[in-house]
Design a protein around this ligand. Structure first.
Ligand code: SF4
Length: 636
């Protein structure tokens, strides 16, 4: 779709005409269609015009209910049509993507009321697709084999009969399997250790086909922050491997819930190493006619990799309540990692020579080289241990070494913000004490526009809130029962961690008094399916860990937000490292994180002028006056 939604006069600047059209949309078209258009929305529209005209980054801080999504969508679509390149709308997670594209979501609303055909396609993350190889294992396995056999048989015909001529349709999305629990999905969903490059099934894999589909979007590609960052970090290596980048060239980017981008950037920059994966890739070289010296070095490197992982297993300590194990980077570990790196460097040098002799298949060689290169980049971070965060994770009976650089801003500056392209950060919480410098600093943004508009809702009138100093889980259960009886269910209970949710689930299952309510637990089914069950069964109770942000359910189904405990960051290696670098860890790391998350969580309650309800906040930390005071300040 490349036609403009207004009559274009080539003698006048495009953005000026687009802004005129957007003003018409807000002053005339939407009000005529029965929409309540807010002053804040019109103000935001004027601000975005400048960012799009000057191709700049803008922090658009707009409170709940300002209707910011409609504003950025209009600019993104108009500009995409002008430049003939789609805009990227990057949401904080997969459930927010679904909310944007759902039939009653903002894109559908615009299409209906403006009589526009909007070509919006989802670019979901890799882990949102079935991996045919994993499905093969699952359906031939002993555990729930029947379930996976049925799923396999339900796949499109071209998966079973690849030689037949037919059109390939996107398939295999997590959302197509709403009833599967996360655990069941994990057995067949893509994970980071799948080697798609050399996979014989990749031409009929749902992930590959979906990628071809969304790449052809003309207006919008909706993806997650994680996926956008994955695109940025893999752009060069995919080009080297002869693959297309994950996302096509685009005209502008909107980071919805933009305050969460740093975490996504850091996650995408994370390297994950596993001994078995290294071994399975490097032994491919032994299948060719290679020189003995290379074969010996390969054997040595496998032994050295094994040694490093064994050492990590001995050194590391479990982090309570998580699968992570932490370790200190000591001299012995640095020595063994250094030796492993040296062996990899020797293999890389020998491969240059072998490549010249054509003893190894070219394609295999490329893949091994790319993998070695990635490992070298990861291990090189150990040369400056103060600039890295690392831990190991238990995956089945094996350890994964996770390595992450501390600062991401240099890379972000170079690869995202140095481009002449409009970039919009949209969120209700972007500034700290009225300034956007903190966000700009952590993300590497040197030049930006910004504005802030408050929510149009009357929180003092629409929302009641109370703090409860409760420490013991049993007391919390009693409080929750009281809260639920007061609101007749209709509640969202937010937990800071999966472990706390699991514990609550176990206790609730054993308490007879809880039987009167229908509880929906995150992880039991696909997330947007759960959200829709919650919305449609008015008295149900949704228990979640990841819905502090973005959940948008106006009306009585969500009349009570219950905060199980204050959302302080976990005691994992990532936050421990940030705390270690801070002068006052509570003030600089824990408190800002907690307050931002809490504000977002509270923001789930009032989603329209008619909404009314309560927020109940429990927390053992409320006994500290400093914390109680800060929490009280963000309540109406
Ligand atoms: S291409 Fe990747 S995701 Fe698809 S089946 Fe192969 S390994 Fe699995």
């Amino acid at each position: 779709m490349t036609t403009y939604p207004f009559t274009f006069d080539p003698s006048r600047p495009f953005m000026q005409q687009a802004a005129d059209w957007i003003a018409d949309v807000f002053y005339e078209i939407l009000p005529e269609a029965g929409f309540e258009v807010r002053d804040e929305q019109i103000y935001m529209a004027f601000q975005l015009e400048r960012a799009y005209t000057e191709k700049k980054t803008i922090f658009a801080e707009a409170g709940v209910g300002t209707g910011k999504t409609l504003v950025y969508l209009l600019y993104a679509i108009a500009y995409a049509r002008y430049t003939r390149k789609p805009a990227i709308i990057a949401c904080a997670d997969e459930s927010l993507i679904e909310q944007l594209v759902k039939p009653e979501g903002d894109i559908a609303k615009l299409a209906r009321h403006l009589e526009l055909t909007i070509d919006a396609r989802m670019g979901k993350s890799q882990d949102q697709y079935i991996c045919l190889n994993k499905l093969d294992d699952a359906r031939t396995g002993l555990e729930e084999g029947e379930l996976y056999r049925e799923i396999y048989e339900g796949l499109p015909e071209f998966v079973h009969f690849p030689d037949t001529m037919q059109s390939f349709l996107p398939y295999g999305n997590r959302k197509d399997y709403p009833q599967l629990s996360d655990r069941q999905w994990d057995k067949m969903g893509w994970d980071v250790f799948q080697d798609c490059l050399v996979c014989s099934q990749r031409h009929r894999c749902g992930q590959t086909i979906s990628r071809d589909y969304y790449r052809r979007a003309t207006d919008l590609i909706i993806c997650s922050h994680d996926f956008y960052m994955e695109h940025i970090w893999t752009f060069e290596s995919r080009k080297r491997e002869g693959q297309l980048p994950l996302l096509p060239e685009h005209s502008s980017v909107v980071f919805d819930e933009g305050h969460l981008l740093e975490t996504a950037a850091q996650n995408a920059l994370t390297y994950q190493l596993k001994h078995s994966l290294y071994e399975s890739i490097i032994v491919r070289l032994l299948e060719g006619e290679i020189r003995e010296s290379l074969a010996v070095t390969i054997e040595e490197s496998i032994m050295q990799s094994d040694k490093v992982f064994l050492l990590l297993e001995q050194m590391s300590q479990p982090v309570p309540g998580s699968k992570r194990r932490k370790f200190d980077v000591n001299d012995r570990l640095l020595r063994e990692i250094g030796r492993f790196g040296d062996l990899l460097a020797t293999i890389e040098e020998e491969l240059v020579f072998e490549g010249g002799l054509f003893t190894i298949d070219d394609y295999q060689l490329k893949i091994v080289e790319e993998h070695l290169d990635m490992m070298q980049r990861a291990l090189a971070l150990f040369r400056q241990p103060d600039k890295l965060i690392s831990w190991v994770r238990e995956d089945g009976d094996e350890l994964t070494l996770v390595i992450m650089p501390k600062g991401v801003k240099e890379i972000m500056r170079e690869r995202v913000f140095a481009k002449q392209m409009p970039v919009v950060f949209s969120s209700a919480t972007l500034s700290v004490q009225g300034s956007f410098d903190y966000m700009a600093e952590i993300l590497g943004i040197d030049d930006y526009l910004s504005f802030s508009v408050a929510s149009p809702y009357d929180y003092a009138e629409q929302m009641k809130s109370a703090l409860y100093l409760v420490e013991e889980p049993d007391d919390k259960m009693k409080h929750v029962m009281g809260f639920l009886q007061a609101s007749g269910g209709k509640a969202l209970i937010l937990f800071p961690s999966q472990e706390e949710l699991e514990r609550f689930k176990m206790d609730a299952a054993q308490a007879a008094s809880f039987e009167q309510f229908r509880f929906l637990y995150e992880g039991e089914a696909e997330i947007s399916h759960l959200i829709s069950l919650f919305q449609n069964d008015e008295d149900s109770v949704l228990c979640a860990v990841t819905l502090w942000e973005g959940l948008d359910i106006p009306g009585p189904s969500l009349s009570h937000v219950i905060i199980w405990s204050l959302p302080f960051p976990p005691n994992d290696p990532l936050f421990e490292s940030r705390r270690a670098d801070a002068q006052d860890a509570l003030a600089e790391v824990d408190m800002p994180y907690m307050l931002l998350r809490l504000r977002q969580g509270i923001g789930r309650l009032i989603r329209s002028r008619e909404d009314k309800g309560s927020v109940s906040i429990m927390g053992a930390e409320l006994k500290q006056e400093r914390i109680k005071e800060q929490v009280s300040k963000i309540l109406p």
